[in-house]
Design a protein around this ligand. Sequence first.
Ligand SMILES: *Cc1c(COP(=O)(O)O)cnc(C)c1O
Length: 422
Amino acid sequence: MSRRSPVWHPFTQHGLNEPIPLVERAEGAALYTADGRRVIDAISSWWVTTHGHNHPRIVAAIREQAERLDQVIFAGWTHEPAEALARGLLEIMPGGLDHVFFSDSGSTSVEVALKMALGFWGNRGEGRHRILVMQHSYHGDTVGGMSVGERGVYNRAYSPLLFDVETIPFPHPGSEQETYDALDAACAGGDAAAFIVEPLLLGAGGMLMYPPAVLAEMRAICARHGVLFIADEVMTGWGRTGTLTACEQAGVVPDIMCLAKGLTGGSMPLAVTLASAPIYEAHLSQDRARMFFHSSSFTANPIACAAAGANLAIWREEPVLARVARLAEREAEGFARIAERHPVKNLRQCGTVIAFDLEVADAGYLSQLGPRLLASFREQDVLLRPLGNTIYLMPPYCISDADLDTVFAAIDHALTSVIGSG
Ligand SMILES: *Cc1c(COP(=O)(O)O)cnc(C)c1O
């Protein structure tokens, strides 16, 4: 589209003049564009859409709430959509996370988690301030989020803004002990405030996966040293990994948990940071200087909370996990067929997320392969967005068998025409 637009898009190099389709509406797993195309959304619009676009129950909740109360200050005031949502979250999320702090995005839920951890230690008069992170992690694009995430081309220009962290190696199969030893040593240092981790599945880092037993062991190491354990479930939450949260598979209850993306079924921007009683109580006092100092204009926006309330109702009343299990099975079958015809590497799956790597000389985020694959998928009306040389699928749970077959055919065709395999 050569149309001149004042819009500056995220993660987009406008100098390449790549087409930017105009989307007019969406339903289920499909996007409809102004030029009359029906595009299958195979990555849930960047990992947010769980039950499908424009889910009737969520749309109805948004409409109803918009007519009643659009927005109200949340410092010192409250409203029923937020109260009901907080109560509902406590019912279905891991026990022990009894306090719900609202914000607007995954990145801010992480900033909140980090500030809570530092506030916890500060209010207890202990000078713990160091954050431990896992190699290849992604926790958002705000300054705190970037600081605790992998360093690379996407944040190099901003590195003077980023604070120092201690990085624990990723637990590749066979080298888990190195991860444990590094984490144990970092925790023993005495200045470690918290360890932040994406449970089971590192998304933007390349859809890297590790088993529940490793998550459980890392949690145990932190507990042994009294280091707070922050689970960033922004992407893994809401059924993505096959269970409501990824932590559940490891029997892990973190001290702090971040949820966003699928919290509203992917319909509205909203996030929560769940905290255990000790975190909350460390801020509880007659002294106003010890309160938790964080807010934003739209904290707990009522319309977004109503959308999240409808998402909770869907989880309570519909067989979401059965849908997730069936989708995961169909994805595995489709990918097995791809693997028979093409030389793919590291085929891996965690719930509804399935990924493989392609052998290229310039692996990594700026791999030249990415744009060519992207163009092929676009021509075939499938929304897939390879991470460097990694192709992955993360569809909405409502995707039909026919649409999923179309996605696999598109991948097969792209590999044949771009890589020349098959
Ligand atoms: C997407 C993501 C974030 C950032 O969420 P935004 O809503 O994009 O700010 C943080 N952590 C993880 C694990 C994510 O996948």
